[in-house]
Design a protein around this ligand. Structure first.
Ligand code: MN
Length: 135
């Protein structure tokens, strides 16, 4: 039994948006989607997500800049941001963390482990994912 999380997905690729949304909803979570950084920042302030999944390769505004902007919002300071990117170059993880992300999931998404990883990031940041299982 999983407590539903409210997840914001910021992703410009339609197929990836569909996959992430499908996997999360299949496990009972609520998903909001934004197709670029600016609308993602606005939506984050509107929907107060439990966690933000942030594509790094975005048009107009790079994911690292989106993360930094999200971190400057008082209301979003505690919300975990997890970068999702296929550009796993040396140093990417460090750059993601420096820009304000809490973690990093590499594409291609593994449907077997993806939702568990998201839930783990939520639990690590204090979001109550599975009441009764933690001490
Ligand atoms: Mn992208």
């Amino acid at each position: 039994m999983t407590v539903p999380l409210n997840i914001l997905v910021i992703e410009d690729n339609e197929q990836n948006r569909y996959l992430l949304t499908f996997l999360l909803q299949q496990r009972g979570h609520q998903v909001s989607v934004a197709v670029d950084g600016l609308s993602g920042i606005h939506m984050a302030q509107t929907v107060s997500p439990d966690l933000i999944l942030l594509d790094i390769q975005l048009p107009a505004m790079h994911g690292y800049d989106v993360a930094a902007a999200l971190r400057r919002c008082d209301s979003l300071r505690q919300v975990p941001i997890v970068a999702v990117t296929s550009y796993a170059m040396p140093g990417d993880r460090e750059k993601a963390l420096e820009s304000g992300c809490d973690g990093y999931i590499e594409k291609p998404i593994d449907p077997e482990t993806f939702v568990s990883e998201v839930e783990t990031y939520c639990a690590a940041s204090g979001v109550n994912v599975r009441p009764g299982e933690s001490s």
